[in-house]
Write a protein that binds this ligand. Structure first.
Ligand code: ADP
Ligand code: MG
Length: 441
């Protein structure tokens, strides 16, 4: 045991498949190796659907891996382990229980007697900045305070390992930042006994500010694609050159198409992180409508669809690619099929269409999500487009970068994720979105 005594979590060759509704097995995680050592905060980044939550759930003992080694302190994980606690994005509080009762729940499951439960819940509520709120119901609290309860419920068990799945992403930017800093202070000052933290995030800045190590996951099937070690001491200055450089590096790594994913498949299969397909939205919607209608009823042979649409493959491929990227349709083995969401999209009215479009854009197009998040960090809610062009030009030729940004702007405006002012060349948050972020909490 000496060799690995500081190894908290040890995963090797972990695979996991799920059966989809049509009965076919889909490999979500393929051959994942992962370790968490004592004293470490590790951040998992990756596109939506790359299996981050699945990996966390396996470590939490909520679901089993199909194959491979899954160990906590040298012992196989079979179900929820006493030393491992998890914080969810959705807070997952019981609305009918008070804050105090919600926090005590974790201890009740462990058979801790009432008096001790109360004392420990009190202590942890104070630690997390909620003293005096024990009697409140979750709905009486702001989002930020509710997540403090979620964290308190995990911490009250004195976890050895803390898992946080997008724990700050349902909160507005400032609240999320405050809570994240409070967590880091508890950790860095050893006010909690926790020995290792694994966070899942879609926020690059959050990962860079918190983690000792960042792992970037690739998709189909999920695997660890890059690892970046961060040696900067905490607390870190978000405006420092080192942090800005790391954010750009991680951003570039996340959006860059890895070579092995580009070869083999048809152009339609390639999942392009940043090279947004050259297509306009009305054409995408026309193809979706065609696909939903007779004779296809949601699934079409590609050549047949091309004939029906009276478009060439050159014109259609970018459309397929865009639909695939937004998870509205799926191309496999020469067929294209509407996803359930694509079906909803076709049936939606204009307002809902744009809302769904914006939602998919944020979830599946890292560049759009990056623009949105960057704008949210700005007090004015606005940034010059040049800022994003510069970033893109680090790995694209100037004309390609311009083109990609143009598509991102068009899509973002349609989905009301951000706005663009042609006179000033500035991107800004849509009306309302900005005020919301400012006044929440
Ligand atoms: P991430 O957290 O990176 O967004 P997830 O781990 O949630 O990704 O999901 C990865 C893939 O596995 C997704 O395509 C998702 O639909 C699928 N998936 C996750 N859980 C289940 C499940 N219980 N049954 C079927 N498919 C699932
Ligand atoms: Mg997830």
């Amino acid at each position: 045991m000496t060799r690995n005594e500081n190894l908290l979590i040890d995963l090797a060759d972990v695979q996991k498949s799920f059966r989809s509704s049509d009965g076919a097995a889909r490999t979500v995680l393929g051959k994942v190796d992962f370790t968490l050592r004592e004293g470490e905060i590790v951040a998992l980044l990756g596109k939506s659907g790359s299996g981050k939550s699945t990996l966390l759930r396996i470590i939490a003992g909520l679901i089993p891996a199909d194959t491979g080694r899954v160990q906590y302190r040298g012992h196989p994980i079979f179900g929820p382990a006493a030393g491992i606690a998890m914080v969810f994005q959705s807070f997952a509080l019981f609305p009918w229980l008070t804050v105090q009762q919600n926090v005590e729940l974790g201890l009740e499951a462990q058979g801790v007697p009432k008096a001790e439960r109360e004392a420990r819940a009190d202590a942890v509520l104070e630690l997390i900045g909620l003293s005096g709120f024990g009697g409140a119901l979750p709905r009486e609290l702001s989002g930020g305070m509710r997540q403090r309860v979620g964290i308190a419920r995990a911490l009250v068990t004195n976890p050895d390992v803390l898992l946080m799945d997008e724990a700050f992403s349902a909160l507005d930017v400032l609240t999320g930042e405050t809570l994240r800093n409070d967590m880091l202070e508890l950790w860095d000052d050893s006010k909690i006994p926790t020995k290792g933290i694994l966070i899942v995030s879609h926020n690059i800045e959050e990962a860079v500010m918190m983690a000792d190590r960042i792992l970037i996951m690739g998709s189909d099937p999920g695997h660890v694609r890059n690892e970046i070690t961060i040696d900067l001491p905490r607390p870190r200055d978000v405006d420092s050159l080192e942090v800005r450089a790391l954010i750009d590096e991680v951003y570039a790594l996340m959006t860059m198409r890895p070579v092995q994913e580009a070869v083999g498949g048809s152009p339609v299969h390639a999942h392009l992180g940043y090279r947004l397909p050259d297509t306009d939205i009305s054409r995408m919607e026309a193809i979706l409508d065609l696909l939903a209608d007779t004779p296809f009823e949601g699934r079409a042979d590609l050549p047949q669809l091309a004939e029906e649409a009276e478009l060439s493959d050159e014109e259609l491929f970018p459309i397929y690619e865009a639909l695939g990227q937004l998870a509205l349709a799926q191309v496999e083995k020469g067929d294209i099929a509407l996803t359930p969401l694509g079906r909803r999209y076709v049936e939606a009215d204009q307002v809902l269409k744009q809302e769904l479009f914006g939602q998919q854009l944020l979830a599946h197009v890292p560049l759009a999500a990056h623009i949105r998040h960057s704008l949210e960090q700005e007090p004015s809610g606005a940034l010059p487009e040049k800022r994003f062009l510069d970033l893109l030009e680090e790995f694209l030729k100037a004309d390609e970068a311009e083109h990609v940004l143009k598509v991102a702007v068009e899509w973002g405006r349609y989905g009301e994720v951000y706005e663009y002012d042609y006179h000033t060349g500035r991107l800004h948050l849509p009306e309302g979105a900005h005020d919301e972020a400012e006044t929440q909490d």
